[in-house]
Each structure stands twice: as C-alpha cells, then as structure tokens.
Design a protein around this ligand. Structure first.
Ligand code: FMN
Length: 132
C-alpha cells in the first residue's frame, strides 16, 4: 500500500455543485478500488490524502492530475503505507464555511497516528480557513 498527499488550486471558487460532483465520483471509484482518504477544501485550495494499493492509488492520482477543474498540483509526499489513517472513509470531506475549518480538521485528524500528516492537515486548515 502507499499514501499520496497533494495540494492543488481550483479553477473556480468551489461551489456545492462542483464539490458534490467530485465527491460522488470519488466515493464510487474509491470504494471500487479500495482507496481511502480525506479531502479538505479551504477557499480555492484542495488538500487531499489518498491511500490504498499502489497501482490503484497511482491510477487515481493520474486521473486527478489530468482533471482540468484544478491546477498547480504539488505532490507533498508519496510513500509506502503499513496502516491506513482513514480506514473508514472512501473519501472523507470537509469544507470550512459553516464550521471553523481549523476545529473541524482538528477533530477529523484526531486519530491520525502520523504526526507529520496530522500537522500537514492542521496547518493547511489554519492557512486556508477563510474563503479566498
Ligand atoms: C480535488 C479533486 C479530488 C478528486 N479526488 C478523487 C478521488 O479521490 N478519486 C477519484 O476516483 N477521483 C477523484 N477526482 C476526480 C478525478 O479527477 C476524475 O474526474 C475521476 O476519477 C474520473 O472518474 P471516471 O473515469 O470514473 O469518470 C478528484 C477530482 C478533484 C478535482
């Protein structure tokens, strides 16, 4: 198994329609492929972690990279994984408008054992908690 973490920028300010579309396809494909993870949206920025079998994780990331709804993808890490951090979620999701992104992400990553991954999500939430 492996884990990929990346950030990207949405071409438009993500609205409900865009996010619902991304999430529906993600959850369907990820359930089929045994992928799990978390997608956090702050303003126009995405931060996503994907984890699962290497070939399927790479294939999903290749599709995501080719998606024209976002750009400037930066892969923050890609590494072997022994234990999943988001085992329960084919794609957990959070957007920080209704609730403060910082505290929601804090809760979502509460049980993430890897302090580096936890810090990535928490500092992203701090940086992008206002719609941009
Ligand atoms: C920010 C973002 C995150 C995405 N996350 C996933 C994902 O976790 N899994 C996935 O299959 N597709 C994801 N997608 C959608 C893919 O880019 C692509 O549209 C989709 O995988 C195509 O699937 P299909 O060939 O079944 O239509 C994401 C797209 C964006 C913009």
């Amino acid at each position: 198994m492996e884990q990929i973490v990346y950030v990207s920028t949405s071409r438009s300010l993500p609205d409900e329609r865009l996010l619902d579309g991304i999430l529906a396809v993600s959850r369907r494909n990820n359930a089929r492929d045994g992928l799990t993870g978390l997608l956090v949206v702050g303003g126009r920025r995405f931060l996503q972690v994907l984890e699962g079998p290497c070939d399927l994780c790479d294939a999903a990331y290749a599709r995501i990279r080719a998606d024209e709804r976002h750009f400037a993808l930066v892969q923050l890490s890609r590494r072997p994984l022994i234990e999943r951090s988001f085992a329960g979620w084919h794609m957990g999701f959070e957007q920080g408008y209704a609730n403060p992104l910082v505290s929601v992400v804090e809760q979502l990553t509460d049980r993430v054992a890897d302090p580096y991954l936890q810090a990535q999500f928490r500092s992203f939430a701090e940086l992008h908690s206002q719609p941009a």
